[in-house]
Design a protein around this ligand. Sequence first.
Ligand code: SF4
Length: 389
Amino acid sequence: MINKDGAVEKKLGIYIHIPFCVRKCLYCDFLSMSVGERKKEAYVSALCREIAKESFRYREFTVSSIYIGGGTPSLLQGAQMKKILEAVYAHYRIEEACEISMEANPGTVTAEKLSCWRKAGINRLSIGLQSMADEELKALGRIHSRADFYHTYREAVREGFENINVDLMSAIPGQDLVTWRKTLEEVTHLDPAPTHVSAYSLIIEEGTAFYENPPVLPDEDCEREMYKITNDILKKYGYRQYEISNYALPGYECRHNIAYWKRGNYAGFGIGAASLVKNERFCNTRDIDCYISMTEGVIKEEKHMLSKKEQMEEFMFLGLRMTEGVSGEEFFRLFGQTLEQVYPGIVERFCRQGLLRSYREKDSGKERIALTGYGIDVSNVVMAQFLLG
Ligand code: SF4
């Protein structure tokens, strides 16, 4: 995009981490914790300080998306969220049509908070439902019920939220094809329907309660069938799969995440938040007390300038997550080498094996490669071939 002075505008995504939850879900390996009100308030102040102090890095950028994730951002009071966003507005150049998303969990949302969030500029809500079956929610250790979700969804719509994502989870303990189908059907029949659905499979991560006491999970065949059902049902109701686990009504794809998969620049604020700026990665401390005490500015850890090899790898395995895949021409423009030079024979072999497909863009006629349905099924194997060692 060209700005009014004729210069090309550089876009920036902002991620803000709110690490608070009522209690830990049994499968959770996110950076989240349960703390008292005083610590939450101190954290909000530290966040605002970081947002202001770090703005010097981003003078040349215009913010095109803000994503407030967690944890459970909806645990904060409306006034606290307003304070955080005001710090962003005061120190950054914000695009007029900026997408501002916030994650919210049923059981922590009130009409008053929703109204505050709207007034503060939040225009997209991402509600963590996971399942419509109460027994499955209980098996995951979620704090909410199906009825809590309906209440949150209705209130959000009443307060004027038109762009709502619903997060779902498949392959969870006690789930079968019937209950998964029922969850999907119920979500697509919400009135109005959500504009976006994210559907991930449960993965048991080290350090979680499930890792210590593994539950019985649906088997691999069932999991694959669930993935297929997800595609079929969401497609039937007008959702387009644009990434391995993400579906949207036309025009409602999540801009923040797309920028991430396309390796755009992003700034992360709050504990554990990662940033990628002009191919340099850095990260914030994961220690909340240390973060709160850094009054002179947050020290950026794990600073690492990505090598060309690492950039090429990321380009491939993030880009291939999207159903539109990657452009060979873009690869050449960025790295000065063709895909064939860097990955000799691989694309051709995968196309022959039915794991990748090559097609031409409608408007420009440029060639792209993307995973096929079968390729998505075994995406780990495909992606591994794009690592350069
Ligand atoms: S609500 Fe999300 S972040 Fe919080 S404990 Fe559960 S899974 Fe983790």
